[in-house]
Design a binder for this molecule. Structure first.
Ligand code: ADP
Ligand code: MG
Length: 289
């Protein structure tokens, strides 16, 4: 299956050049397979996956538990390598992209260091990469304002709610102004109200930063609300089953009442139908964790 690169938000493709000469896609996955060898035999986590995510585009991955969503994200993040096929991040190998700090990562658990203050957690990636003290402070201040936590800079993570901790993790992922954010069920542990709030916040941050996002979730409404396109995967071996375009308007203008909109429900239905066609087994498509 081959997917062409499109940017529903209409990113400029470069003055005087044709559309084909636009910027390199944020993520390009070509014929990627990943097989794990275990004591009880081989597991084909991903089989012949093709996916292209444009610069600035928001793409969600959704699919049954164990269909390879996290594996795919780990390949992009240079935390794993494919058995066959190729992954490129802004036209370069993931390792080079990682060295360039082209992407930031946020996973399900906020993963904050409990003994460091909120500010020190946000500064951590900058510290690791040798940014000077004053520049680190300035950046952390800016980011904490962005995620609405300026007043909590001196707090320890365990003094914050789960939603606030996730916002700290997002601020940390944004610390080096990455052009790509890789997020694996980052809001999975949050209650519904906090979750909707953080989703809206993520859309705003993304509109401000212009970063592309690859977002793993098991929530259909979440995927639809956030994304330009939703990639529906099928179980074992994990493949791209269908790509559902969403395009519910510019990210920063997606008000909360969009969730009540007919267009929103139409897209939720489209994703649900794509998922349930995943295989013939009843109930399989509903286990999205
Ligand atoms: P998802 O995130 O969609 O739930 P994963 O990408 O975590 O799925 O896993 C896909 C499949 O690959 C699962 O069957 C899982 O058990 C298997 N898998 C993932 N990582 C490993 C590993 N390091 N060793 C063996 N099997 C793995
Ligand atoms: Mg996973």
């Amino acid at each position: 299956m081959s997917i062409t690169t499109t940017n529903p938000e209409g990113a400029p493709s470069g003055a005087g050049t044709g559309p084909a000469a636009g910027p390199a896609p944020a993520v390009e996955v070509r014929s990627v397979s990943r097989r794990f060898t275990t004591r009880s035999g081989d597991v084909v986590a991903l089989s012949d996956v093709d996916l292209s995510v444009a610069a600035g585009e928001f793409v969600s991955l959704i699919g049954p538990s164990g269909c390879g969503k996290s594996t795919l994200l780990r390949l992009v993040a240079d935390l794993d390598t494919p058995t066959s096929g190729e992954v490129a991040v802004f036209g370069r190998p993931p390792r080079v992209a990682r060295q360039n700090h082209d992407f930031g990562i946020a996973f399900q658990q906020a993963g904050l260091l409990p003994w460091r203050s909120v500010r020190a957690n946000v500064e951590l990636p900058l510290e690791l990469h040798g940014t000077g003290r004053a520049a680190r402070r300035a950046r952390a201040t800016e980011l904490l304002e962005l995620v609405g936590l300026a007043d909590f800079a001196g707090h320890r993570p365990d003094q914050l709610s789960g939603g606030m901790q996730q916002r700290v993790a997002i601020a940390r992922a944004l610390a080096e102004s990455p052009s790509l954010l890789l997020m694996d069920e980052p809001f999975g542990a949050l209650d519904e109200m906090t979750r909707e709030h953080v989703q809206t916040e993520l859309l705003r941050l993304r509109a401000e930063s212009g970063a592309a996002v690859v977002f793993v979730t098991h929530s259909i409404p979440e995927a639809v609300y956030l994304s330009d396109r939703v990639v529906v995967m099928s179980a074992r071996p994990g493949r791209v089953r269908e790509i559902v375009p969403v395009a519910l308007g510019a990210a920063d203008q997606r008000a909360a009442d969009l969730r009540e909109d007919d267009a929103f429900f139409d897209r939720v239905r489209a994703v649900r139908e794509a998922l349930h066609g995943t295989d013939g087994a009843p109930g399989r498509g509903t286990d999205l964790r």
